[in-house]
Design a protein around this ligand. Sequence first.
Ligand code: PHE
Length: 370
Amino acid sequence: KDAAGKDPSAPAALEPWKVGAYLSLSGAETQFGIETKEGIELAVFEVNKKGGAKGRPVKVLYEDNKSNPQETNNKVLQLVTRDKVVALLGEVASSRSTIGGIVANKHKVPMITSSATAPEVTQIGPFVFRVCFTDDIQGQMGAEFVVKTMGKKRIGMLFASDDVYSSGLASQFREAAKKLGGEIVVEKSFIKTETNFTTYINEIRDAKPDLVYAPIYYNAMVPIARQAKAAGLPGSTFVGGDGWDAETLLVDAGEEMEGAYFTNHYAPDVPWPHAQAFLKAYKERFKRDPSSLASLGYDSAMLLFDAMGRAKGDTPEAIRDAIAETRDFQGATGTITIDPSRNADKSIVIVQIKNKKFTYFATVNDKAAA
Ligand code: PHE
């Protein structure tokens, strides 16, 4: 050993891979960002325990975009130009993934969004991927559940007109529901800064729909559920999409939302065998059940590290090609195959809110069965 206590004949420690993660770690959608980060952290821990990718440890640099579009642009540029990351993980929301995706694609750095479901995101270009399903399938499955499974034909809708996820999922659902014989009897939209929804709720209630499709985020659903209850419209009248998946919804409006259904990526009690190992590891580390955000964050990172290990070189381009070649990757949220449009065709879970818990109800668009 030399003076520094190192063995000079030992091989030099390999440089860690630098991966950037840009997330909403503060601001409106904080909970989405924090849970995604936890999933990524668990993946980093597991890959490094196994010696990293191609024998090199993985280091993730986290940046907080404050749930803000301009900050998203700045932080992704920083990660790419200043930190020279080989790949990017993020964002959680479709609106900010679109901004980050444009920067990533322009600088030819591969990006994997864990949970942005709007079709537009991966259409940006060849460097933008996702590990979740897309909203055209989510909207279709939501409509089938409402019209066919629940047998509800008179449908109301409530969504955010200035959010690409919310308005996009609303139109996918609307189209599918109409084709299945549903009728949209009332439709209201708001902008993200609004907090008082009473006028919309009253108009919706007065149109007497069988149910109301509300593809919005948890932070809007909480006041809506409370104001709806006060107006005599029970929370179980609402059906939502994956944007509802946050503990806050249960804590702040779980009672109001009792019985309501939504389409999602995952549920803590999902009966898929591949989800169980992740569930156990996550619970051990964070002492609570993972959300879909956590499990998708984990899958996005694990799939990326797997691609880094398989890549024919160490460059962002080589990693991009390896991500594109991913077939039958066994993730916590199911088997993931990256298709030619850089999307993942996945199973969708119907979740019901029961006793202030997200409870597994059914699997639709079932890909895990194979
Ligand atoms: N799918 C949402 C979007 O694209 C984000 C989201 C995913 C929210 C999963 C909650 C759970 O904006």
